[in-house]
Every structure is written in structure tokens, then in C-alpha cells.
Design a protein around this ligand. Structure first.
Ligand code: 5GP
Ligand code: MN
Length: 339
């Protein structure tokens, strides 16, 4: 965080504010963890704070401290709109462009509040008076810790803040595996553990709560795995029919794409998930090494993200989406061979 922006935020927080904190659509562990962590922090230093999410989030995050206070726009549209209209400060966390919040975009664009962005995605948009963007960061949750620290408040870390931030860091780093995990990430995690984040318990709550339906869906996903050795690529497909047959719930396919990436020699992994309700195929991209899935998702699937993890969508049928994907790969053959 640079000095000027930090000073600006200090000025903004010098008097009590009505803050609203917004995460991205289909919020993940980092979105929920960073927003709740920041919310507890802002309240602790004398502001009012509310967390608004565009839509619901998976059950494996519903044990987090403060989760009952999250307002979901899709369920509580009026309340969310009113909170945003009455806010004096709006924090946008874990996304880089207002297009990432779905229908909330219009409401945010007409809000009177000043915006503060905290985010680690590539190519941040320029809508905030204070932008904390650092694409080298493991997670937005790690950035919230640095934000508190820069404001001179890291000592007031409560257990609730620590648990939320630890969960965000843990989920966004694939349990401290991805290359974005730095020595500083581990130092921050250590501080969070000292402040009351119980690592074993958090791991259990997030990863050991599978339903039998979800395990069977994973089995199906693995049997739908296709490997394209000439492109060092593997992909998984999930049709709406297959999801329905396993009582699909939000979050059930989380992490499936990593199984494709775990194949020896594979550097590019993709999962295509049909969503008939929205008439799209939602796509998750993962890579190892140099191959930028952020660029790939931007170029072909109106998406984006990070170099090694990105998402996008297609409005074609599932079959058409897959055949188009395969037809694009030859253009990347060299890049994939040297990734
Ligand atoms: P996931 O595949 O887990 O949904 O997302 C991987 C990363 O890409 C996350 O950082 C997420 O925020 C980002 N991402 C996912 N979908 C989209 C999208 O449609 N557009 C953009 N710009 N980013 C996305
Ligand atoms: Mn994140």
C-alpha cells in the first residue's frame, strides 16, 4: 500500500462512516473471508459496516463468524439497495471490475459513496478513490491484514477477524500450495493463528463436510475427464442433467478442476459447467507455470482472473463450447509446450 493512498484512507476513516463491503458474484472463501474480516475490523475502530454479496455462497463457508449478517442481494434486494444508497464508503473486495457483481453493478454505479478497492486480480478498473491492487498477493484476505497493518491497527486482531482472514488465505492458495504463497503469506497466517484461527478446525470445516451426493458427482467428473496430451491439456465436463441427478448445490464443483491439473505433464486444466438457468456454460481455467489463463479467459471467454486461475463463460451449448475450445488450442500449442 503506498503512503498517499494510506493517508487518504486514514482521512476518510477519521470520522465514523457508514461502510458497505461488497464481494463478487458467486463468492468464494476469499471473497467472504476478506469481507467479513474487514467488517469486524471497521466495527472495532468505530464505524458501522455491512456486507452485501450479489448472490448466495456455498454451505462450506456458512460456519464463519459473522456469516449470519451477510446480506444477499438476490434474496434481500431492497435491503441491499438501501444499504448501498445510504453508505458513505463502499469497499469492493476481491474483484477488479464492477462487471463482476452482476445486477449490483447498476446500483453501485449510481451510489453517492466513495469507493475503496482492495483486490489482487489483474487489470484493476479505475472507479475507486483509493485502489489497493496487488496482483502478487496470495489473496484479498492477506491484503486486508496488510490494510489493517498499514493503518496501524494490526494489534487489534480479534479471533473473528483472524478466522475469516485465515479461511480466505487458505482457500485462495489451495492450502498454501499455489505459487502466490509467499514467505509473508506464511507470516500473516502465523499471526492469524496466534490471534485464534484454529487451522485444523478451519480445514475440517471447509474440506471435510462433503455430502455423499457431492462425492458421487466428483466420481462422475473424474470419469468425464478428457486428456489432450499434444496440448498438455485436460478438461472436465458437467452437464445440467448430471448436476441435477446429484442434487447439485452451490460449491459442489469447487476444486474439481484441480484434479485435471494434478495429472503429470498437464499444464492447462479446464472445467465446463452447464448452467441452463442462466443459459451459459461457466468455465474455470487453471494452469501451472507460465501459461496465462487470465489472457486465455479474456481473449476467448469474456472472463479473467489471475495468471494461474481464471474464469469465464460461453453462451453456446455445452457441446459447441467444447468443440470451439478444442479448435482454439492449436494456436496455443507452442506456448503450452514451453509452459
Ligand atoms: P473460479 O474458476 O474459481 O470461479 O475463479 C478463478 C478466478 O477467476 C477467481 O479469482 C475469480 O475471481 C476469477 N473469475 C472467475 N470467473 C470470472 C469471470 O467470469 N470474469 C472474471 N473477470 N474473472 C473471473
Ligand atoms: Mn481472491
Amino acid at each position: 500500500m503506498n503512503k498517499e493512498t494510506t493517508q487518504l484512507v486514514e482521512t476518510l476513516l477519521a470520522s465514523p462512516q457508514k461502510a458497505v463491503i461488497i464481494g463478487h458474484k458467486n463468492p468464494d472463501g476469499d471473497a467472504i473471508g476478506s469481507c467479513l474480516g474487514l467488517s469486524f475490523f471497521l466495527k472495532k475502530i468505530g464505524h458501522s459496516a455491512a456486507v452485501v454479496m450479489p448472490n448466495d455462497f456455498p454451505d462450506f463457508l456458512k460456519w464463519l463468524p459473522g456469516v449470519e449478517e451477510v446480506v444477499i442481494y438476490e434474496k434481500e434486494t431492497e435491503k441491499s439497495t438501501q444499504l448501498i444508497e445510504e453508505a458513505s464508503l463502499i469497499f469492493t473486495l476481491d474483484f477488479n471490475s464492477l462487471e463482476r457483481v452482476g445486477e449490483l453493478q447498476q446500483i453501485l454505479e449510481s451510489a453517492d459513496a466513495k469507493f475503496i478497492m482492495i483486490d489482487h486480480h489483474q487489470q484493476p478498473a479505475d472507479y475507486a478513490v483509493a485502489t489497493f491492487s496487488d496482483v502478487t498477493m496470495s489473496s484479498t484476505s492477506e491484503m486486508v491484514y496488510h490494510f489493517m497493518d498499514a493503518l496501524g491497527h494490526s494489534e487489534i486482531l480479534s479471533e473473528a477477524i483472524a478466522i475469516n482472514l485465515y479461511t480466505g488465505i487458505m482457500t485462495d492458495t489451495g492450502s498454501f500450495r499455489f505459487s502466490s504463497t509467499s514467505p509473508t503469506t506464511h507470516r500473516v497466517a502465523a499471526k492469524l493463528i496466534e490471534a485464534g484461527a484454529d487451522s485444523a478446525l478451519i480445514n475440517q470445516n471447509v474440506y471435510d463436510t462433503n455430502s455423499p451426493d457431492r462425492m458421487k458427482l466428483l466420481g462422475l467428473a473424474l470419469s468425464n475427464l478428457h486428456i489432450l496430451p499434444e496440448y498438455r491439456t485436460a478438461y472436465i465436463t458437467m452437464s445440467q442433467k448430471e448436476l441435477d441427478a446429484h442434487n447439485f448445490k452451490k460449491g459442489d464443483t469447487e476444486g474439481f478442476v484441480n484434479y485435471a491439473l494434478s495429472l503429470q505433464g498437464v499444464v492447462f486444466a479446464v472445467i465446463f459447467i452447464e448452467n441452463k438457468q442462466e443459459s451459459i456454460v461457466k468455465i474455470s481455467f487453471r494452469s501451472k507455470g507460465e501459461f496465462s489463463v487470465n489472457a486465455f479467459a479474456r481473449n476467448h471467454y469474456s472472463g479473467g482472473g489471475h495468471n494461474n486461475a481464471a474464469g469465464g463463460k460461453s453462451s453456446q451449448s455445452l457441446n459447441k463450447t467444447i468443440s470451439e475450445f478444442i479448435s482454439i488450442l492449436p494456436r496455443y500449442k507452442d506456448e503450452l509446450a514451453h509452459a
